[in-house]
Each structure stands twice: as structure tokens, then as C-alpha cells.
Write a protein that binds this ligand. Structure first.
Ligand SMILES: Nc1ncnc2c1ncn2[C@@H]1O[C@H](COP(=O)(O)OP(=O)(O)OP(=O)(O)O)[C@@H](O)[C@H]1O
Ligand SMILES: [Mg+2]
Length: 468
């Protein structure tokens, strides 16, 4: 198997191109997608340009280009739109398309340069290998993921696995590059998420805090770590408009909880799409991803109450107020037994649970689930069971009042003033711009803004590293 991969690599490297061939490919692809053909056809209509623009009084009455430009810009004096004939508009469009077509190889070359700078493989040519983007497509499976199809020129997907290449490429592009796959002959697909800000913070396992049970949410505007202590704040809510970074922050909390030894239970009714990058290969005893109502209902109706009762009985027996006190007594040798493990339960897009279902059977189950979630949020803090809820709008029509009240820390990403008020009782989250993905404000008084972390599952979970 390995030999095969090496042979393929060798073949591909032999075929790999020099920069001259790269240019040839770039020129060829100029004609590839239909958009470029449209651009070319548009350009063919350019001979009409003189006729089209000659109608403009701004041009007719001007003595030179400078004057005509100035006049064209003074829209009230020169009603440009009235003057423009249909022919003129068409010609303008054709010019725009031509410029778009002509600038494309330049844009693509710039993108390719980022990959070349990473020296993805060394094929002993002067310029190294250059992957050349061909076209962008959207993923049907997960619409927030985009795919960039490229000529690979001898570069294989596995070349991106070394070191922190994905991270570096992400930072260079200002996009979150998820992974790279081999595609047909001599092609690659780069899967990425659109992201215009360059304020990306990448998580490293060295950051993990040893204290029980502190999680780093991100970095605040003073450059300090924003810490969540589950012993003090047992339940939190994360809100934002779509794409504000809720799931990413949610995942970062669960990733750290798992690495610190907690049991994590995640309900994601978006089909588990956000948790398909290896979460299913984590220790099954400690990581449960629930993607349907029935399984969640089973868990909160049977498994969880059993665990809770067992824990309460244990605390009563040893006269402890909380699992924290019980675990500390074990540390001191005052009690002999196993420590009470932390369980962090999460609902991503909680509206799916809290909003009424039209299906009667399902609604019955959902109603019971809502009741159980209220119980978790009001009674389980002492027994080391925490709750993390993410939802676009944390209003009382989405979450029940009890769940809202018990969420001591509330976090809000990009939002309008109304959503921000509902989520954190002040409108400051509305100052977070569309480009500030992963930036959040909290309901606290001081230093309430922070930037969350991004991470690659394969880099942080030891189980996935071993499988590589
Ligand atoms: N901390 C971050 N730093 C940089 N980019 C981020 C961060 N968090 C999220 N993003 C980017 O923002 C985009 C959306 O993130 P995410 O899916 O977490 O948002 P969401 O609020 O859960 O969206 P949805 O409402 O669609 O579920 C992703 O493309 C991701 O790359
Ligand atoms: Mg999400």
C-alpha cells in the first residue's frame, strides 16, 4: 500500500511542471468555466463601445478625459443613468466581464503563490511545485464548506499533513482550510471555510489548563486568556447570528473538556455534520454524539437520572455538599473510591429541541427532554454535570425561563442590537462586524470581548493522531 503511494508520488513528481507549464495551465483554464466563456463573448461586443458612450452628454461636452470623468461623477448635474442607452449599459457590462476574465489568471496565480510559499513538496525544480486553482464549488453535504479544485502538479493531499501546513495556509489565505483531498488524476480539492478576518487564533494542546475544571474560551482584547470555570459557572449559553462562530466555540469547549478527562455528550440535530471530523473515533465511553430526538430522549430519561441518583446517594453517604468536596476528600485520602467524573452536556442549535415539533410523537418526547434540561440546569451543578447551550436566539420563546436564568455566563457573537440585548442584556455585540468571526461579547461588566480558538481535530485528539 505504502509502496503504491510512493510510486504515485514519484510519477506525479515526474509529471510536475515548471513555472512555464504552470502559466500554460493557467492560460488553458482561462477558458474553462462557463463564466470565462461568457466574459469572452461579452468582450466581443466591445466594438459597440464608442456608439454606446457617445450618447453621454458628459463626454460630448468635455474637452479631455479628466474633465469628462469629473462630469460623469457629478451625478446631479449630469444624469448619467438617463443618458446611458441600453447599448451603453451592455457595453459597460462586457468591459467588466473582460476585465474579470483578464484578471483571473492574476488572482489564481496569487492564490497558488500561497501554496508555493509553503514549499509543499520539493520536486527539485527552481520554483518548487505550484498547485493551480481551477474553480470553486460549494459542498452539498455541508454548505458552509467550500471546495477549491486545483491542478496538483505532483503535490498530494498527504503533503499537507506535515507540520502545521494547514494552519499556515489558513493564515495566509485568511480562510479556514479544513483539509485537502486527492481528486481524479493530478488534481486536489482544498476544503475550506470562507473567512475574511486574519485574526485567527489556533489552539495548541499545551494551552490546556490543569485546574479542575477550567476551560479557555479565547483571548480577550487585553491579550489575556478568557477562562470559564465550570465549578463556578456550571451552565452557559452561546448565541450569535448564523455564521458567528457558535459551533466552533462550542466545539472548543467540548474538545478541552474531553482532553481534561470529562465525559462529553453532544446533541447535534444538524445531522452531526459539524462533528464528523473524527469525533466518532474518540473513546466511546467518554464521547457521545447524539443526532436524533429518540436517542437524546433515551439518554436524558434513563441514563442521566440513574447517574444523577447514584451521585446524589454517594454525596449523602459521605456528607459532602458537592462532587468537588467529595473529589478533594479522595485526594486527601479521607475517602477511598473513584472520583466523580465531570459530564459536560451540550446542545448545538438548541432551538431544534425547544421549538415545538409538528409531529405529535416527537413533540411529546421533546417536551420531556425540555423538562430534563431544566432539571440539569437547576439541580445538577453539585454533581459535576454541566450544560452548554448554543442557539441563534436565546429568547424565552426558544429557551425556557429556567434554562435562561441558570445560564450564568451568556456569550454572544455577531448579532444585531435586539439579539444582543436578548442574549447578554446589552447591545455591544452589535459592534462585532461580519468579518469578525469567532469574536464574542459576554454579559460580564469588564473585559467582555474575546476571540475564540480554531482547531483541527486531527491535531488535538491523540486518538486521531495514532490513526494517521
Ligand atoms: N474563532 C474563530 N476564528 C476564526 N474563524 C472562525 C472562528 N470561529 C468560527 N470561525 C469561522 O466562522 C465560520 C462559521 O463558524 P460556525 O460554523 O462556528 O458558526 P455558527 O454560528 O455555528 O454558524 P451556523 O449558525 O451556520 O451554525 C466558519 O467558517 C469558521 O471558519
Ligand atoms: Mg453552528
Amino acid at each position: 500500500m505504502n509502496k503504491n503511494v510512493n510510486q504515485v508520488t514519484e510519477e506525479k513528481v515526474k509529471k510536475a511542471t515548471t513555472w512555464k507549464q504552470d502559466v500554460e495551465i493557467a492560460v488553458k483554464q482561462f477558458l474553462y468555466p462557463w463564466k470565462d466563456i461568457t466574459a469572452l463573448l461579452g468582450a466581443l461586443s466591445i466594438p459597440y463601445i464608442n456608439k454606446g458612450f457617445a450618447n453621454l452628454s458628459a463626454i460630448q461636452s468635455a474637452n479631455n478625459i479628466y474633465e469628462s470623468t469629473l462630469k460623469m461623477l457629478q451625478l446631479e448635474n449630469t444624469p448619467i443613468l438617463k443618458d446611458l442607452s441600453a447599448n451603453g449599459i451592455l457595453t459597460g457590462i462586457s468591459y467588466f466581464l473582460l476585465l474579470y476574465g483578464l484578471s483571473k489568471p492574476y488572482m489564481l496565480n496569487n492564490r497558488a503563490k500561497d501554496c508555493r510559499d509553503l514549499k509543499i513538496t520539493d520536486n527539485h525544480t527552481e520554483s518548487g511545485n505550484t498547485i493551480i486553482p481551477i474553480r470553486k464549488v460549494k459542498s452539498f453535504k455541508n454548505p458552509s464548506v467550500r471546495k477549491l479544485i486545483c491542478y496538483s502538479n505532483g503535490v498530494l493531499a498527504k503533503d499537507f499533513e506535515e507540520d502545521d501546513k494547514l494552519e499556515r495556509l489558513s493564515k495566509k489565505w485568511g480562510k479556514f482550510v479544513i483539509d485537502v483531498e486527492d481528486y481524479k488524476s493530478n488534481k486536489l480539492i482544498i476544503n475550506y471555510k470562507k473567512h475574511k478576518s486574519n485574526k485567527m487564533l489556533f489552539w495548541k494542546n499545551d494551552y490546556l489548563l490543569k485546574d479542575d475544571f477550567k476551560i479557555i474560551l479565547g483571548i480577550n482584547d487585553k491579550g489575556e486568556k478568557k477562562i470559564l470555570d465550570f465549578n463556578i459557572i456550571p451552565h452557559i449559553t452561546i448565541s450569535s447570528a448564523s455564521g458567528g462562530g457558535k459551533t466552533t466555540l462550542f466545539k472548543s469547549i467540548f474538545m478541552q473538556s474531553y482532553l481534561k478527562g470529562a465525559k462529553i455528550i453532544i446533541a447535534d440535530f444538524k445531522g452531526g455534520l459539524d462533528f464528523n471530523k473524527g469525533w466518532d473515533r474518540l473513546d466511546k465511553e467518554r464521547c457521545k454524539i447524539i443526532t436524533d430526538v429518540k436517542t437524546l430522549w433515551d439518554y436524558v430519561s434513563y441514563d442521566l437520572p440513574d447517574i444523577a441518583n447514584e451521585r446524589k446517594a454517594l454525596l449523602n453517604h459521605y456528607n459532602c455538599e458537592s462532587a468537588k468536596e467529595y473529589n478533594e476528600k479522595i485526594d486527601k485520602g479521607e475517602i477511598v473510591g473513584e472520583k466523580i467524573q465531570r459530564i459536560v452536556i451540550g446542545l448545538d442549535e438548541a432551538a431544534q429541541v425547544f421549538i415545538k415539533s409538528k409531529n405529535k410523537d416527537e413533540e411529546e418526547k421533546l417536551q420531556q427532554i425540555r423538562g430534563k434540561i431544566e432539571t440539569i440546569s437547576s439541580l445538577y451543578r453539585a454533581i459535576n454535570i454541566n450544560l452548554v447551550i448554543s442557539t441563534q436566539v436565546p429568547s424565552s420563546s426558544v429557551l425556557t425561563e429556567a434554562v435562561r436564568h441558570n445560564s450564568v455566563l451568556r456569550i454572544c457573537g455577531r448579532a444585531n442590537k435586539i439579539l444582543s440585548q436578548v442574549a447578554i442584556e446589552k447591545d455591544i455585540a452589535s459592534t462585532i462586524s461580519a468579518n469578525d468571526r469567532g469574536r464574542f461579547a459576554t454579559n460580564e461588566d469588564k473585559d467582555c470581548f474575546f476571540q475564540g480558538y480554531l482547531f483541527y481535530e486531527k491535531d488535538v485528539f491523540p486518538e486521531l493522531k495514532e490513526n494517521k
